[in-house]
Design a protein around this ligand. Structure first.
Ligand code: TYD
Ligand code: MG
Length: 414
């Protein structure tokens, strides 16, 4: 018996209803999360988002001599000691040099080493050696012989990085790649390098002071803007959890910057002296020079301090460098304090961006910053007006102002 058209429609509908559609509840999907590998350094793990993700390609940039090789040797050593096989490929140093460092940092274990610049020796080796983690130091000095261009050239950098990316994914090896930063602050070679890798970290700091900051610029497996703070010691880099002390020297104005999600208390000192120059100096270490000039102009025009015959120097303690506009207020009060030779109140925090009209502008995450100061025993905070704060919840005294002039008057009298 033939199906009528309506029966046909009916049957087709039923069939469609039965067709299995794979819709999942997100809750029901269990990720086979691959366990991360600890670097042995708490702060390093934090920046990576909880340790090394297997088979990832991680770029570590920074100025020469800042401690990239040290950091990676330490991690390699830690892993080797723990029984994870490590292959360290150095195109920068001889085996003896690396051995010296490895000995200094105290190692042993499953640590393998190659001193070469020809990356193609890695074509078959890792498959046989099966390391869990590799270090390639550095991207600018290795080359692949099938390309005619010299090491460090755009095409070499790109192809070498691609080669390592494949190696990481195919052989399941986490690879750390060292890159040098040029004067412009970007890693030499094409931007494509940063796109290609899974994670980009920068190691920075002043070579003279011991502290180093490791920053995540890009992280496919974690939060960016996370920072790790280290101190360079005789035996390599150590995680520094009491880092704030480094940036507090005792007689300047204290502000609080956010590095990633971490508030760090930092002190700024100022020196205002008579100038013998036609064009007085405005110089700063760790604080933007242009902002300093602006603050001097604002102090003159809006607060009434004439600095036109004064040399002005500003220095952030501990070699810290900040681009956080909330440091303006601290710099301004430090300048005035030095100019009129008056001391600032102790245990006080100054937070606020200063606008061109001399107004104090609100800054983000004020609560976080105030809590940090409170934790460190600060008793007073000078902040911008107009921030919605539950003032009563704080133990420190909170004083809010809408103008820089008002802060100065409060501190130093009318
Ligand atoms: P290095 O890791 O070679 O820098 P990069 O690879 O970024 O060029 O670090 C060089 C500096 O670190 C060097 O001046 C010596 C210093 N250092 C220490 O202070 N302590 C140590 O334990 C080690 C290994 C190095
Ligand atoms: Mg090095």
């Amino acid at each position: 018996m033939m199906e009528t058209p309506s029966e046909y429609e009916e049957r087709k509908k039923r069939k469609d209803d039965q067709r299995k559609i794979n819709v999942f509840r997100l809750d029901d999907i269990t990720l086979v999360s691959r366990s991360r590998i600890s670097t042995g350094l708490e702060e390093f793990d934090l920046v990576l988002g909880g340790g090394i993700v297997p088979a990832s390609l991680i770029l570590i940039g920074g100025d020469p001599g800042i401690g990239k090789s040290t950091l990676l040797t330490q991690t390699a050593s830690f892993l080797a000691k723990g029984g994870q096989r490590v292959l360290y490929f150095s195109a920068e140093e001889s085996a003896e040099q690396v051995k010296l460092r490895v000995d200094r940092l105290g190692v042993g274990g499953d640590f393998h080493f190659i001193s070469d610049t020809d990356l193609s020796v890695l074509r078959d080796l890792p498959a046989a050696l099966k390391p869990k983690v590799m270090v390639v130091d550095s991207i600018q000095t290795v080359y692949l012989p099938e390309l005619s261009s010299s090491p460090g050239s755009v095409s070499q950098v790109r192809e070498c990085a691609n080669f390592l990316l494949r190696l990481a994914k195919e052989e399941d090896i986490a690879i750390f790649l060292v890159g040098h930063i040029t004067k412009e602050g970007v890693i030499a070679g094409p931007k494509v390098l940063e796109h290609l890798v899974d994670v980009v970290l920068y190691l920075e700091g002043e070579r003279e002071t011991g502290f180093r900051i490791l920053r995540a610029i890009k992280n496919r497996f974690g939060a960016v803007n996370e920072v790790g703070v280290f101190v360079m010691t005789e035996t390599g880099l150590q995680s520094h959890t009491k880092y704030e002390d480094l940036f507090l020297s005792g007689d300047g104005a204290v502000f609080c910057v956010l590095e990633g999600t971490r508030p760090i208390l930092v002190e700024v000192q100022a020196l205002v002296t008579k100038s013998y120059l036609a064009l007085p100096r405005r110089q700063s270490v760790g604080f933007d020079q242009v902002r300093l000039s602006l603050l001097c102009a604002i102090l003159e025009k809006k607060v009434g301090f004439n600095l036109s015959d004064r040399d002005v120097y500003v220095k952030v303690a501990g070699g810290f460098r900040t681009r956080d506009p909330s440091a303006d207020l601290a710099v301004a009060v430090a300048l005035v304090g030095s100019h009129i030779e008056r001391e600032l109140p102790e245990r006080s925090l100054f937070i606020g961006e200063v606008g061109l009209a001399g107004e104090l502008r609100p800054v983000r995450d004020l609560t976080l910053r105030l809590r940090e100061a409170e934790k460190k025993g600060f008793t007073k905070a000078f902040i911008p007006k107009g921030v919605d704060l539950k003032v009563k919840e704080f133990k420190l005294e909170i004083l809010s102002f809408s103008k820089l002039r008002e802060v100065i008057e409060r501190l130093f009298g009318p």
